[in-house]
Design a protein around this ligand. Structure first.
Ligand code: ATP
Ligand code: MG
Length: 131
Protein backbone atom coordinates (compact mmCIF):
# COMPACT_ATOMS: atom_id res chain seq x y z
CA UNK A 1 0.00 0.00 0.00
CA UNK A 2 1.14 3.53 -0.81
CA UNK A 3 -0.31 6.87 0.25
CA UNK A 4 -1.09 10.07 -1.57
CA UNK A 5 -2.66 13.38 -0.64
CA UNK A 6 -5.88 14.36 -2.39
CA UNK A 7 -7.71 17.67 -2.16
CA UNK A 8 -11.23 18.48 -3.27
CA UNK A 9 -10.69 22.12 -4.17
CA UNK A 10 -13.04 25.05 -3.45
CA UNK A 11 -14.73 25.02 -6.89
CA UNK A 12 -15.89 21.40 -6.55
CA UNK A 13 -16.85 21.92 -2.90
CA UNK A 14 -18.92 25.01 -3.82
CA UNK A 15 -20.66 23.09 -6.60
CA UNK A 16 -21.60 20.30 -4.16
CA UNK A 17 -19.43 17.56 -5.73
CA UNK A 18 -17.70 16.42 -2.51
CA UNK A 19 -19.79 13.27 -2.00
CA UNK A 20 -19.66 12.24 -5.69
CA UNK A 21 -15.88 12.64 -5.79
CA UNK A 22 -15.49 10.63 -2.55
CA UNK A 23 -17.67 7.89 -4.10
CA UNK A 24 -15.52 7.86 -7.27
CA UNK A 25 -12.42 7.53 -5.08
CA UNK A 26 -13.81 4.61 -3.07
CA UNK A 27 -15.27 2.90 -6.17
CA UNK A 28 -11.77 2.94 -7.67
CA UNK A 29 -10.27 0.93 -4.83
CA UNK A 30 -8.82 3.67 -2.66
CA UNK A 31 -9.15 3.71 1.10
CA UNK A 32 -9.71 7.17 2.61
CA UNK A 33 -7.42 6.73 5.62
CA UNK A 34 -7.81 10.24 7.04
CA UNK A 35 -9.88 13.26 6.02
CA UNK A 36 -10.91 16.71 7.16
CA UNK A 37 -12.41 19.88 5.74
CA UNK A 38 -10.53 23.17 6.15
CA UNK A 39 -10.85 26.70 4.87
CA UNK A 40 -7.20 27.27 3.96
CA UNK A 41 -5.50 30.45 5.16
CA UNK A 42 -3.32 32.46 2.79
CA UNK A 43 -0.26 31.17 4.69
CA UNK A 44 -1.38 27.54 4.27
CA UNK A 45 -2.18 27.94 0.56
CA UNK A 46 1.14 29.67 -0.16
CA UNK A 47 3.00 27.04 1.85
CA UNK A 48 1.26 24.10 0.22
CA UNK A 49 1.85 25.39 -3.32
CA UNK A 50 5.26 26.99 -2.60
CA UNK A 51 6.88 25.13 -5.54
CA UNK A 52 4.74 27.34 -7.80
CA UNK A 53 5.63 30.64 -6.08
CA UNK A 54 7.42 32.05 -9.14
CA UNK A 55 4.72 31.00 -11.64
CA UNK A 56 2.54 33.68 -13.25
CA UNK A 57 -0.60 31.97 -11.91
CA UNK A 58 0.55 31.81 -8.25
CA UNK A 59 -1.55 34.74 -6.94
CA UNK A 60 -4.62 33.45 -8.79
CA UNK A 61 -4.00 29.97 -7.34
CA UNK A 62 -3.71 31.26 -3.77
CA UNK A 63 -6.81 33.42 -4.17
CA UNK A 64 -8.77 30.43 -5.49
CA UNK A 65 -7.52 28.00 -2.83
CA UNK A 66 -8.48 30.43 -0.03
CA UNK A 67 -11.89 31.32 -1.51
CA UNK A 68 -13.82 28.67 0.46
CA UNK A 69 -13.45 25.22 2.02
CA UNK A 70 -11.18 22.40 0.78
CA UNK A 71 -11.67 18.72 1.65
CA UNK A 72 -8.35 17.04 2.45
CA UNK A 73 -7.83 13.27 2.23
CA UNK A 74 -5.01 10.81 2.80
CA UNK A 75 -5.61 8.01 0.27
CA UNK A 76 -4.25 4.47 0.39
CA UNK A 77 -3.86 2.10 -2.55
CA UNK A 78 -1.08 0.23 -4.37
CA UNK A 79 0.68 2.88 -6.51
CA UNK A 80 -1.57 5.51 -4.92
CA UNK A 81 0.22 8.53 -6.45
CA UNK A 82 -0.07 7.47 -10.09
CA UNK A 83 -3.45 5.78 -9.62
CA UNK A 84 -4.96 8.99 -8.17
CA UNK A 85 -3.40 11.20 -10.84
CA UNK A 86 -4.81 8.87 -13.52
CA UNK A 87 -8.28 9.04 -11.95
CA UNK A 88 -8.08 12.87 -11.74
CA UNK A 89 -7.06 13.36 -15.38
CA UNK A 90 -5.09 16.20 -16.94
CA UNK A 91 -4.54 19.53 -15.13
CA UNK A 92 -6.73 21.31 -17.70
CA UNK A 93 -10.25 19.81 -17.53
CA UNK A 94 -10.70 20.62 -21.23
CA UNK A 95 -7.86 18.19 -21.97
CA UNK A 96 -8.78 15.57 -19.36
CA UNK A 97 -9.93 12.19 -20.62
CA UNK A 98 -13.71 11.54 -20.49
CA UNK A 99 -14.72 9.91 -17.22
CA UNK A 100 -11.89 11.41 -15.19
CA UNK A 101 -12.70 13.56 -12.17
CA UNK A 102 -11.38 16.78 -13.70
CA UNK A 103 -13.32 16.13 -16.92
CA UNK A 104 -16.50 15.54 -14.92
CA UNK A 105 -16.19 18.15 -12.18
CA UNK A 106 -13.48 20.66 -13.17
CA UNK A 107 -14.20 24.19 -14.39
CA UNK A 108 -10.97 25.39 -16.02
CA UNK A 109 -7.17 25.07 -15.75
CA UNK A 110 -7.19 27.00 -12.46
CA UNK A 111 -10.39 25.68 -10.90
CA UNK A 112 -9.82 22.01 -11.69
CA UNK A 113 -11.69 20.30 -8.83
CA UNK A 114 -8.92 18.24 -7.24
CA UNK A 115 -5.24 18.02 -6.34
CA UNK A 116 -2.96 15.00 -6.21
CA UNK A 117 0.63 14.58 -5.08
CA UNK A 118 3.04 14.09 -7.99
CA UNK A 119 5.59 11.71 -6.36
CA UNK A 120 5.90 9.45 -3.33
CA UNK A 121 8.34 11.94 -1.82
CA UNK A 122 5.93 14.86 -2.23
CA UNK A 123 3.03 12.70 -1.01
CA UNK A 124 4.82 12.22 2.29
CA UNK A 125 5.59 15.95 2.57
CA UNK A 126 2.01 16.93 1.69
CA UNK A 127 0.41 14.38 4.05
CA UNK A 128 2.61 15.69 6.87
CA UNK A 129 1.60 19.25 5.92
CA UNK A 130 -2.05 18.58 6.74
CA UNK A 131 -2.13 15.55 9.10
P1 ATP B 1 -2.21 19.79 -8.55
O1 ATP B 1 -0.79 20.09 -8.08
O2 ATP B 1 -3.22 20.78 -8.00
O3 ATP B 1 -2.60 18.37 -8.38
P2 ATP B 1 -1.24 19.51 -11.22
O4 ATP B 1 -0.11 18.78 -10.60
O5 ATP B 1 -2.05 18.80 -12.28
O6 ATP B 1 -2.26 20.03 -10.14
P3 ATP B 1 0.42 21.86 -11.31
O7 ATP B 1 1.24 22.20 -12.48
O8 ATP B 1 1.07 21.29 -10.09
O9 ATP B 1 -0.74 20.88 -11.83
O10 ATP B 1 -0.40 23.17 -10.92
C1 ATP B 1 -0.96 23.33 -9.63
C2 ATP B 1 -2.31 23.99 -9.75
O11 ATP B 1 -2.12 25.34 -10.19
C3 ATP B 1 -3.23 23.39 -10.81
O12 ATP B 1 -3.92 22.26 -10.36
C4 ATP B 1 -4.16 24.54 -11.08
O13 ATP B 1 -5.14 24.71 -10.04
C5 ATP B 1 -3.21 25.73 -11.03
N1 ATP B 1 -2.67 26.01 -12.37
C6 ATP B 1 -1.76 25.30 -13.07
N2 ATP B 1 -1.49 25.87 -14.24
C7 ATP B 1 -2.24 26.99 -14.30
C8 ATP B 1 -2.42 28.04 -15.28
N3 ATP B 1 -1.75 28.02 -16.43
N4 ATP B 1 -3.28 29.03 -14.98
C9 ATP B 1 -3.95 29.07 -13.81
N5 ATP B 1 -3.84 28.12 -12.85
C10 ATP B 1 -3.00 27.09 -13.09
MG1 MG C 1 1.01 19.55 -8.98
Amino acid sequence: MNNTLALIKPDAMQKGFKDEIREDIMNNGFIIAEEKTLHLSVVQAKGFYSIHKDKPFFEELVEFMTSSETHIMKLEKANAVSEWRNLMGATNPAEAEAGTIRAKYGTDISMNATHGSDSNENAEIEINFFF
